[in-house]
Design a protein around this ligand. Structure first.
Ligand SMILES: *[C@@H]1O[C@H](CO)[C@@H](O)[C@H](O)[C@H]1NC(C)=O
Ligand SMILES: *[C@@H]1O[C@H](CO)[C@@H](O)[C@H](O)[C@H]1NC(C)=O
Length: 405
């Protein structure tokens, strides 16, 4: 037994858990706010909000770029991304900071050939410096609120934590639209959604890990910490970290492969059935690490803002009086017979601006067009209160309470 284990180790077939520390950094939104530029930015980008909302009326990206498939409206708004981790591509390693995003499926980083302002501000991949680079040359485009990100595809050796993936397909972005990418604290995105959601061709990162036998189990888990420290948590490939949560894990079947989409039975406010409870209109939700707030259909979320007494600013953010936080109602999500409750302390975001604390509602109206929408989006405000597990073996999401430490 012992010998064979050693042998296996020598040949390099030992499967492992890949731990990726995540850091928490200020979002583009809070950086703009601190620089007193948020209002102006949002005013100038109203057309983006408009085109997002009416995305279905516009020609989809793949009409001129992709060969098959369907259009996807990105669920997240990069402006709010806060949790980042490191990957490397190539030999020798070139490091990049990425958003690990369960709401998309592609991997891309800026190309050294990109001349967009956003690329100038970030690490760029230099193909000519890597001995493991393989050219592909096909073009891809990903639609974001601010326009289409364009790039060419290639294959590289990818390192994520202790996991090394060979011949990983990824995109080298040569054009990054809009100003939101300029201020972003990340270079690129590593998508962890289902292959059905991919705009690029070839195996997505997590599928490659499974196909190349790099993991104990076809599972990854997120531990997101929302306590204001820069330690943002951990992403674990290949299993779960039992020290981070208390049993049981409540498993929820994925209803639609693409996003990590599940059924949301009811949303309660202070115990009263408030949304999704009509038998004819039970809701769907996607579990999305790339969205920072909790999103929902505008007609429901506007009411929810009223229930918690949040009032809109001129640019459509919702504020509550910070002294009221402890008396705010509990908002609960009933999922597969288990209730996930958030207190005001948990769903309100605090930010300090000019030495003054301001408090934002953690709920946001996001009308996702059909066929995916209407859908609720359980972003980081939700996911930093629960341990979340993404199981491709059984196509299910696991949620568990965090351990107290
Ligand atoms: C990339 O990151 C690793 C791990 O943090 C570090 O050891 C290495 O020096 C970095 N490489 C470069 C070229 O910065
Ligand atoms: C936040 O979490 C980190 C890591 O667990 C811990 O070191 C730190 O003390 C925590 N900070 C607060 C304010 O709870």
């Amino acid at each position: 037994m012992r010998t064979s284990l050693v042998l296996l180790a020598c040949v390099g077939f030992v499967q492992s858990l890949g731990r990726v520390p995540l850091s928490r950094l200020p979002s583009v939104r809070s950086r703009l706010r601190a620089a007193n530029q948020l209002d102006e930015f949002l005013r100038e980008h109203q057309p983006d909000a408009f085109s997002r909302r009416y995305a279905q009326c516009y020609p989809a990206a793949q009409h001129y770029l992709r060969m098959d498939g369907r259009s996807t409206e990105r669920l997240y708004n990069f402006m709010d991304a806060q949790f980042f981790g490191q990957i490397s591509l190539g030999k020798p390693e070139q490091n990049f900071t990425v958003v690990f995003d369960t709401g998309s499926t592609d991997l891309w980083v800026p190309s050294s050939y990109c001349v967009s302002q956003a690329c100038a501000m970030h690490h760029k991949f230099k193909a000519f410096e890597s001995s493991s680079y393989a050219h592909d040359g096909r073009v891809f485009g990903i639609h974001y609120g601010s326009g289409h990100l364009l790039g060419v595809m290639a294959k590289e050796e990818l390192k994520v934590g202790s996991v090394t993936v060979q011949n990983q397909v990824f995109g080298e972005a040569v054009y990054e639209p809009g100003f939101a990418f300029v201020l972003a604290q990340f270079d690129g995105v590593l998508g962890l959604g289902f292959p059905q959601l991919a705009e690029e061709l070839g195996s997505p990162v997590f599928d490659s890990m499974i196909e190349q036998g790099l993991l104990d189990e076809p599972v990854f888990s997120f531990y997101l910490k929302n306590n204001g420290s820069s330690f943002g948590g951990e992403l674990l490939f290949g299993g779960v970290d039992e020290t981070r949560f208390v049993s049981p894990i409540n498993w929820v079947p994925v209803t639609q492969k693409g996003y990590w989409q599940i059924r949301l039975d009811v949303v309660k406010v202070q115990g009263a059935l408030s949304f999704c409870y009509h038998s004819t209109q039970s809701c769907q939700a996607v579990v999305d690490t790339g969205t920072s707030l909790i999103g929902g259909p505008a007609r429901d979320v506007l009411l929810l803002q009223q229930y918690i007494g949040a009032t809109p600013t001129a640019v459509g953010e919702y504020l509550v009086d910070c002294v009221r936080i402890s008396s705010l109602p509990v908002v609960s999500f009933l999922i597969n017979n288990v209730e996930y409750s958030l207190t005001g302390e948990q769903y309100i975001r605090r930010e300090t601006l000019n030495n003054k604390e301001i408090c934002f509602s953690g709920f946001q109206s996001i009308d996702v067009p059909s066929p995916v929408g209407p859908v609720w989006i359980l972003g980081d405000v939700f996911l930093s209160q629960f341990y979340s597990i993404y199981d491709r073996g059984q196509n299910r999401v696991g949620l568990a309470h965090l351990s107290e430490k």
